[in-house]
Design a protein around this ligand. Structure first.
Ligand code: C2E
Ligand code: MG
Ligand code: MG
Ligand code: MG
Length: 275
């Protein structure tokens, strides 16, 4: 038998594939069950003004309350959720929960942003369904933003522009997530109604090193571009006061990160006035 001689490459490879397939299948089944049993929940992370530290909004971030493993962040299951298409159902549950919580969540001019996977963004009627759901919960679309990555905007067969305009017409703004890590086809910044760009955490991390001139140069260029196009800027993943003050000095308006607050469940957020 091959095993006795030491397995050859293709057998090892097949076995690895097999294991991988089983794991994926397990995870897919677990996701399905978690959906049915309501184990998904949004956590909320404040987005603050870098001028004065005021909270201007929250990003809703998906969490899985796993029976055995505890609270799971999306990285461990998002790829399978996306490949299997389950992300659409999960997203709708999250959006519903967010809309239902908006009165408790928001005060003043604050907003809440939700993440939309590229795959989900390209489903038919997304804008209409999102607005209908918001209306059902009496959630003001002007207090809602969606976060898309650059990849979601590339596929023009899906009428990206029409969808974004429909949402914008109802008051929903768009923030470009993880900016700078994608395709850098900058033309879409002008072509589509985009309100804000979120500077990816990797660039913010590069601001840490003393005299990190190259890191500064990239962030400075992104900020200059945003400013010339009239886009709001949000620095992601701010963990240190050096990153925070450097971003502010370079002209970044808003920020988000563990330095200010970690994502938390709704009940852990400090109570809002009148809420
Ligand atoms: P994202 O939209 O870029 O979200 C920001 C991620 O950075 C979040 O990870 C957040 O917890 C993390 N983060 C925030 N501040 C810091 C910091 O100071 N340091 C570090 N190291 N990380 C920080 P999270 O919650 O694990 O989410 C990962 C990604 O999953 C998100 O990236 C987003 O692309 C996706 N995602 C999250 N929620 C949803 C959802 O409801 N639907 C869909 N389709 N995707 C979601
Ligand atoms: Mg996001
Ligand atoms: Mg991001
Ligand atoms: Mg991300």
């Amino acid at each position: 038998r091959a095993k006795a001689k030491g397995r050859n490459r293709s057998e090892v490879f097949d076995e690895a594939l097999h294991d991988e397939a089983l794991r994926t299948l397990d995870l897919e089944n677990d996701l399905r069950r978690a959906l049915a049993e309501g184990h998904f929940e949004p956590y909320y992370q404040p987005i603050v003004s870098l001028d004065d530290g005021r909270c201007v909004g929250y990003e809703a971030l998906l969490r899985w309350n796993h029976e055995i493993l505890g609270v799971l962040a999306p990285d461990s299951f998002l790829p399978v959720a996306e490949e299997s298409g389950l992300i659409e159902q999960i997203d709708w549950l999250i959006y519903e929960s967010v809309f239902g919580s908006m009165p408790r969540l928001l005060e003043g001019q604050q907003y809440v942003s939700i993440n939309v996977s590229a795959r989900h963004f390209h489903t038919p009627d997304l804008a209409r369904r999102l607005l209908a759901l918001a209306a059902r919960y009496d959630a003001d679309p002007r207090r809602l933003r969606i976060e898309l990555t650059e990849g979601a905007l590339l596929d023009d067969t899906h009428n990206v522009s029409a969808v974004l305009h429909e949402l914008r017409g109802a008051g929903v703004r768009t923030q470009l997530d993880d900016f700078g890590t994608g395709y850098s086809a900058l033309s879409y910044l002008q072509r589509f109604p985009i309100a804000a760009i979120k500077i990816d955490r990797s660039f913010v991390a590069d601001l840490q090193a003393e005299g990190a001139q190259e890191g500064h140069a990239v962030v400075r260029a992104i900020l200059a571009l945003a400013q010339s196009l009239g886009l709001e800027t949000i620095g992601e993943g701010i963990e240190t006061t050096v990153q925070c003050s450097t971003l502010a000095q370079l002209g970044c308006q808003r920020g988000q990160g563990f330095l200010f607050a970690r994502p938390q469940p709704l009940e852990a957020l400090r109570p809002v006035a009148g809420g």
